[in-house]
Design a protein around this ligand. Structure first.
Ligand code: SAH
Length: 338
């Protein structure tokens, strides 16, 4: 519940207004998951709340900590027995959590482990918040940024995701700055158009992964619905409207999208865009013979973009010893249970 929704409940059960702030503070700032722990509420109110309401919470089913870089992956169980993953990355500037927004995904990108069994459910706002809250409690340290880059397509779960972002940002909750929240999409154009009207200062990341329709069609089924010109036009409109720079994600797959020609074509495509390119060495997908490009190829690709004034960075690989990439841990766990 948002603060306003909670306010209505408190009013309905005949409690004074100041109780809203207290209860909201316990839930979204102190992060308790039992009404009994809300010690500044009267006993009768705690009882009333426990009888009529429930605080949903994810259970940690498995946790893996990388020995290399401290990246920690969580496998969470939902109340209906579904499993989802989230990761926390420990940067010098703070802790960043990567959340899942759906159980599975229906976008079908050929290089992605999250989409193999399709989508099983949308996560609720509460479940997404719980990913961040449970990790913050487990770590005992503040989470300072959140990326919606785990399993799922955030814009395919639009309403819950927008509410999640607003509640994360709420100063009565964790108060994570909008500029410290990044939403990644494979490019659902109508939802991007809608998002630009939300008046949010978040960063939009767009999974491009190819400089043209021919290659994009091979690896991202969404590309057959929205061609690259329409997608880039939507991106341009988004950044014009929000004045926010877009991040383009580009996973380099050996022999598929990593040639010099691809880099040159990409510079042409992006030349008038307020953007930044993040190159990602792909996590190998052996089933499809997709392997990451050589380090030299990646550096050369970045150099071509940078030399044409398109700011480009190469994503550092974290948690490679713990199956930290999207969908990998859940998939392994499901297979072993089978
Ligand atoms: N559905 C959203 C967000 C989730 S995926 C999206 O498509 O953007 C988050 C990022 O991980 C996307 O850029 C996605 O393309 C990328 N990704 C998926 N599988 C990958 C892999 N095997 N290697 C590298 N990046 C991958």
């Amino acid at each position: 519940m948002t603060f306003t929704e909670l306010e209505t409940v408190i009013k309905e059960i005949g409690e004074p207004k100041f109780r809203t702030k207290q209860v909201y503070d316990w839930l979204h700032s102190k992060l308790v998951t039992e009404f009994d722990d809300m010690t500044n509420l009267s006993k009768s109110l705690r009882e009333k709340l426990s009888e009529n309401y429930k605080i949903s919470k994810l259970e940690i089913v498995e946790k893996r900590v990388s020995e290399k870089d401290g990246t920690t992956k969580y496998l969470f169980g939902l109340e209906n027995d579904n499993l989802i993953e989230a990761v926390v990355m420990r940067y010098s500037y703070g802790n960043a959590v990567c959340v899942s927004t759906q159980v599975g995904c229906r976008m079908g990108c050929t290089f992605c482990a999250s989409t193999l069994d399709g989508v099983e459910a949308n996560l609720s706002t509460g479940e997404m918040l719980s990913e961040v809250y449970e990790i913050q409690k487990d770590l005992g340290e503040r989470i300072s940024s959140v990326v919606l880059m785990g399993s799922g397509e955030p814009l395919d779960n639009y309403d819950n995701v927008i509410k999640f972002i607003r509640m994360l940002n709420d100063e009565n909750g964790l108060g994570i700055g909008q500029r410290h929240i990044t939403l990644s999409t494979c490019g659902l154009i109508d939802k991007m158009n809608k998002l630009q009207e939300e008046d949010l200062q978040i960063t939009l990341a767009v999974s491009l992964h190819a400089p043209n329709d021919e290659i994009r069609n091979q690896i991202m089924p969404i590309s057959r619905k929205h061609d690259i010109d329409s997608l880039l036009l939507a991106c341009k409109q988004y950044s014009d409207q929000t004045k926010r720079r877009i991040t383009f994600e580009y996973a380099l797959i050996k022999g598929v999208n990593d040639s010099e020609d691809c880099a040159k074509e990409l510079t042409q495509r992006l030349k008038n865009m307020l953007c930044h390119v993040n190159l990602i060495p792909v996590n190998d997908v052996k089933e499809r013979s997709y392997f990451k490009s050589n380090d030299e190829t990646i550096a050369a690709f970045a150099e071509i973009l940078n030399s044409k004034g398109i700011e480009t960075t190469i994503r550092r690989k974290l948690g490679s010893d713990i199956n930290a990439a999207c969908g990998q841990l859940r998939k392994g766990y499901k297979n072993s249970r089978r």
